[in-house]
Design a protein around this ligand. Structure first.
Ligand code: PLP
Length: 382
């Protein structure tokens, strides 16, 4: 058969997680927590099932959940999102990204992707017959080169996908970045796909710059969120998508033939759980403690930190003082020889650009981070 994705193999996340299992390594690679979720949330899901919420939910999502989300967003981002026309509940963020691109793209379109980038973006663009135009973020702080973005816009540019807080670099977009985004896109017909799955994980007093805060940007945007990242429930694959009514109407045409709807009892439980805003407002202090612990543990090891993570739950580290292996080889070697799995950052670049960096996930129990760094303490500086 003719492959739709001839150059794509198994994702690096699966490769590294399998390798971690095989070698009994501590898995700091894939982005998922190893601590329990809130027992309150578990009870709410159990109760929803016992109360009979076990059949198809409405196609766009359970009304109580959409209302709770609209209230939350409108309060946090001073937006005026309508729960009936502008929100759709989806089976996760990755699904919403796929449905969003499928909604807007035609064969031959171009989409600007800032790299390193989450690995679903380019295959999703290509499956839709469009072309990714990849622009490198500035090493080592991974800020956006706006001149380069501007120079890459052509008559074929249908969209730009942005991601803040950023996976894998931990960069958090500033107010100035949002103004630049508005400036370079406002006289075009481009859409903005804004991947904001780490919206609540901004560190050191930073605030999240959602496109929802900027009416002129939101008018052209599809915004992606994930409950997995907010409530530590990545295995539930629950998320949602927000867009102006007209765009959302088109998004729903795609969604109704992809999954039609998603998990009912979890939607009922999440609607109730969202009433406790501390569950998401306290995430910055929770993750700041974990990032600080990881940085403190890494300080005694031969890694170099070019920049502290500003957001998300990932910290990059350079291994230039250890050896000069390509980063994929280094990550495999670290897993096999030292029992700690990480992600090589070149996996987030379409051309394999290798800055000799690995990504640590710090959404882990303190003892997991401590044990991992204890194992890594045997590493020698060359
Ligand atoms: C930047 C980014 N976007 C989207 C997702 C996907 O979220 P979900 O697990 O809800 O599909 C992830 C997951 O790691 C991510 O890092």
């Amino acid at each position: 058969m003719v492959s739709k994705l001839p150059n794509i193999g198994t994702t690096i996340f699966t490769v590294m997680s399998n390798l971690a299992k095989e070698h009994n390594a501590i898995n700091l690679s894939q982005g998922f927590p190893d601590y329990p979720i809130s027992p309150v949330l578990v009870d709410l899901v159990t109760k929803a099932m016992q109360d009979g919420y076990n059949q198809y939910a409405p196609m766009i999502g359970v009304p109580e959940l959409r209302i709770a989300l609209a209230e939350k967003m409108n309060k946090l981002y001073q937006s005026s999102i309508h729960p009936d026309t502008e929100i759709t509940i989806t089976p996760g963020g990755t699904y919403a990204i796929y449905a969003a691109f499928t909604t807007i793209l035609q064969a031959g379109d171009e989409v600007i992707v800032l790299e390193p980038a989450y690995d679903s973006y380019i295959p999703t663009i290509e499956t839709n017959g469009a072309k990714a135009i990849c622009i490198p973020l500035r090493y080592p702080d991974y800020s956006v080169d706006w001149e380069l973005v501007k120079a890459s816009i052509t008559a074929k540019t249908k969209a730009i996908i942005i991601n803040t807080p950023h996976n894998p670099t931990g960069y958090v977009w500033t107010h100035d970045d949002m103004l630049k985004l508005d400036e370079v896109t406002k006289d075009t017909s481009m859409y903005i796909i804004s991947d904001e799955v780490y919206e609540h994980i901004t560190l050191d007093g930073r605030t999240h710059e959602s496109v929802l805060k900027y009416p002129s940007l939101f008018a052209r945007s599809i915004v992606i969120y994930s409950f997995g990242k907010v409530f530590h429930t990545t295995g539930w694959k629950m998320g949602y998508c927000v867009a102006p009514a007209e765009l959302m109407n088109e998004f729903r045409k795609i969604h109704q033939f992809l999954s039609f709807t998603c998990n009912t009892p979890m939607q009922v439980a999440l609607a109730q759980f969202l009433t406790d805003e501390n569950e998401y407002l306290l995430l910055p202090s929770f993750f700041e403690q974990k990032r600080n612990l990881l940085l403190e543990l890494l300080r005694d090891l031969p890694f170099t930190i070019h920049q502290k993570a500003q957001g998300s739950y990932f910290q990059l580290a350079s291994y230039e003082k250890i050896n000069d292996m390509p980063d994929k080889e280094f990550a495999i070697w670290l897993t096999k020889e030292y029992g700690v799995a990480t992600i090589p950052v070149s996996a987030f670049n379409h051309n394999g650009k290798d800055d000799k960096l690995i990504r640590f996930c710090f959404a882990k129990k303190d003892e997991t981070l401590e044990l991992a760094c204890q194992r890594l303490s045997k590493l020698q500086q060359r």
